[in-house]
Design a protein around this ligand. Structure first.
Ligand SMILES: C[S@@+](CC[C@H](N)C(=O)[O-])C[C@H]1O[C@@H](n2cnc3c(N)ncnc32)[C@H](O)[C@@H]1O
Length: 333
């Protein structure tokens, strides 16, 4: 039983949970309005309101909200970005996450339907989500926002120096394979993803100055030709989009596309076998419940062990750092 003296603190924590959406909306509104680039200079609320053509009363409250969230400071009536807001929320900032914040904003309406998805399992005849070009760009560049540091963390955990020819399956913007190729001079990479995403990946790879070392395949990783002879295949953040059967098929196809002796690296929100954590991975399953119509979920190490073993891979093993990455490695004999 919870001791009485902790009750107020716990009650406050629960009220915080209930109110968290208000803070998200302050952030989304400021980002979408273009407040953060303006606050690179100290400005009054009236000056920000005039620059945006928005109401001074609303802007004053929004900017005070940013102060409350430690995203702005206020001195002598002038607001300015905190260092965190400059780095993370101004385009070109060193740790820019504006794309992924927009992507999170895009999921807001879907979460309003969480109760329905829980009640019917998220399957009952929902039409597949069609992303607008703007939503697709936020999603895919959001993956780049998240992937830059994560790719370095994988490189620090796994020695990839022996590999020459990798497939980044469902590679999105190619952030991981770009980092791998940059770290290992002898490595070339192929990114396979859907056509609209491949257009974004090509641009990302061009901007990184890596065109000469990349090949692109626009297609369906569950149906189309993936190429062959890869000695390294990365399946990063793809299994959570699908159910067990599609994932079994995906790894059979990866096995067929891989050269003997090759390495498979799975990077995902892998859950502990008893599904007790980590918290981020448990919560991400709910994101898949509301966002996918393809049976998305988060999976345990035991799940990926079974799929990869059935496909023919051997020597499967987990490899993790806290909080992420959470990897599964296996080899083709
Ligand atoms: C969550 S993103 C991960 C992107 C990248 N691997 C990463 O970790 O940053 C999932 C990607 O899988 C792609 N995808 C999903 N199903 C696919 C399919 N059947 N064929 C090709 N690409 C697919 C999506 O277009 C998207 O780029």
């Amino acid at each position: 039983m919870v001791p009485m003296e902790t009750m107020p603190e716990e009650a406050a924590r629960i009220n915080e949970l209930a109110s968290a959406y208000k803070k998200s909306q302050v952030l989304f509104t400021a980002l979408d309005a273009g407040v953060f680039p303006l606050l690179e200079e100290a400005r009054t609320a009236d000056a920000v309101a005039a620059a945006l053509g928005w109401h001074p009363r609303g802007i004053r409250m929004l900017l005070d909200g940013l102060v409350a969230l430690d995203l702005a400071t206020k001195e002598s009536g002038r607001y300015r970005n905190t260092p965190a807001a400059s780095a993370c929320l101004v385009p070109g900032g060193s740790d820019y996450v504006g794309h992924i914040v927009r992507h999170q904003h895009g999921a807001y309406d879907a979460y309003a339907g969480l109760a329905d998805a829980v009640r019917d399992g998220g399957q009952a005849g929902r039409p597949p989500r069609r992303r607008t070009p703007g939503e697709l760009e936020s999603f895919i560049l959001g993956m780049a926002d998240l992937g830059r540091r994560a790719a370095q963390a994988i490189l620090d955990l796994v020695d990839l120096s022996a590999y020459r020819n990798m497939l980044d399956v469902a590679g999105g913007p190619g952030t991981y394979s770009a980092a791998f190729v940059q770290r290992h001079e002898g490595l070339r990479a192929t990114i396979m993803d859907r056509p609209g995403v491949i257009d974004i990946a090509r641009q990302q790879i061009r901007e990184a100055g890596l065109d000469g070392r990349f090949t692109f395949i626009a297609g369906d990783v569950l149906a189309d030709d993936m190429g062959a002879g890869y000695d390294l295949i990365l399946a990063s953040n793809i299994i959570h989009a699908y159910g067990h059967e599609a994932n079994r098929l995906l790894f059979k196809r990866c096995f067929a596309a891989m050269a003997p002796g090759g390495l498979l690296v799975i990077n995902d929100f892998l859950v502990d076998d008893g599904r007790t954590g980590p918290p981020e991975c448990l919560l991400f399953a709910i994101h898949m419940l509301v966002m996918t119509t393809t049976g998305g979920d988060t999976y345990t190490f035991a799940d990926v062990e079974a799929w990869t073993r059935d496909a023919g891979f051997v020597d499967g093993r987990p490899l993790t750092a806290s909080p992420r990455p959470r990897l599964w490695l296996a080899r083709k004999p």
